[in-house]
Ligand binder design. Structure first.
Ligand code: ZN
Length: 356
């Protein structure tokens, strides 16, 4: 940095993912003294990024990129580009000329939740998973305040999970209100409670739900001051993001306080556990219907859950699953970007953004 005259008009720009470990000599006044923090794209940003990448593809008319943007919070530009690329490959594998909403939706699930693992599950296991997911979906739909509706429920294993209940936020959520956190806690326990009530036994399938719920309740008490212990930060979080997201907590409170914290965490969890339990007991008929639908169709959408809650049955059509051949057993040449649907001259461009 030395040797440049201030009148020379040379501007040095640098980028880093680790501003926390930069040498202070680099950061002192007169050197890198303007810092621009580039965050992940927001809802509008994602839609525009998708639009740019979609130009290279033959996109069907049913594709609404604003919906895709809504379902992809936290994805970077590169990940969004990858998502569209995956959908083009899927469309090619399904012998389609254009990439439609279904392909994009399936690619989104693959990118966000892991690849589908179609494996043989016996009827008993299927039933457990169906009731577990039905429990999440039912509680999720009942406690929803309209901002985080249930999007889809499936008993197709994906990544490491045996089934999933997915939510589609109405907009990017930056601030989580306590009310919503409590709703989330209740929803997380919906799976375990459904197993307990219907099958009379519990399985290990709820381990990640329990872990998530416990972490959430701890943060509510220790970080966000959402308990009777008051707005005090108990323990500082050192989130060493780049070292495998390991969170260490340095304790700055007494053992007595530690006990109180445990009590409050338990209280939060017990209340929401019981809330979820009474929802499931009260709406047992709906739970059975959702589980039956899952066993029949494997995947249903959020609106089907709401229809069951409202009318006691599914009223709108359920799309059958498309089973594409796995990549490694494809006959002939491998699908590459070249053979995936691309936009042709004269193709209609991707639909214009709807006025906000
Ligand atoms: Zn679960």
């Amino acid at each position: 940095m030395d040797g440049f005259d201030t009148t020379e008009g040379v501007i040095i720009i640098a980028a880093t993912n680790r501003p926390d470990v930069l040498d202070s000599a680099l950061m002192r006044p007169g050197r890198f003294d303007r810092q621009i923090f580039i965050d992940l794209p927001d809802l509008v940003g994602r839609e525009q990024i998708l639009r740019v990448h979609a130009r290279k593809l033959a996109i069907a008319e049913d594709v609404d990129l604003s919906i895709v943007a809504r379902g992809t919070p936290g994805l970077s530009g590169a990940e969004l580009a990858n998502l569209l690329n995956e959908s083009a490959l899927l469309a090619a594998r399904r012998n389609k000329k254009r990439v439609d909403m279904r392909d994009i939706e399936d690619a989104r699930e693959k990118v966000q939740f892991g690849r589908e693992r179609r494996r043989i599950m016996d009827d008993e296991d299927k039933k457990i998973v169906a009731y577990h997911e039905a429990g999440h979906a039912l509680v999720g739909a009942v406690v929803d305040d309209g901002e985080l509706p249930v999007h889809k429920v499936t008993i197709i294993p994906r990544g490491r999970s045996l089934g999933s209940t997915m939510y589609m936020p109405k907009k990017d959520i930056y601030n989580y209100a306590k009310r919503r956190m409590l709703a989330r806690l209740a929803t997380l326990y919906g799976g375990r409670i459904a197993e307990e009530i219907v099958l009379g036994d519990i399985t290990s399938g709820a381990s990640s739900d329990i872990l998530l719920a416990t972490k959430l309740a701890r943060s509510m008490v220790c970080d966000w001051g959402m308990s009777p212990l008051g707005p005090v930060a108990y323990g500082e979080n050192h989130d060493t993001v780049f070292l495998g997201r390991e969170i260490t907590r340095s304790e700055n409170f007494s053992e007595e306080t530690a006990r109180l914290i445990d009590v409050e965490i338990h209280k939060l969890i017990d209340e929401q556990y019981n809330r979820a339990k009474s929802i499931i007991i009260e709406k047992r008929a709906a739970l059975d219907k959702i589980a039956e639908a899952l066993l029949q169709y494997e995947t249903i959408e959020g609106r089907h859950v709401n229809e069951i809650l409202e009318y006691g049955e599914i009223r709108s059509p359920v799309l059958p699953p498309i089973i594409a051949k796995p990549e490694d057993t494809l006959p002939g040449k491998k699908i590459t970007e070249k053979t995936a649907p691309k936009s042709l001259p004269g193709d209609a461009p991707a639909p214009a953004p709807s006025p906000a």
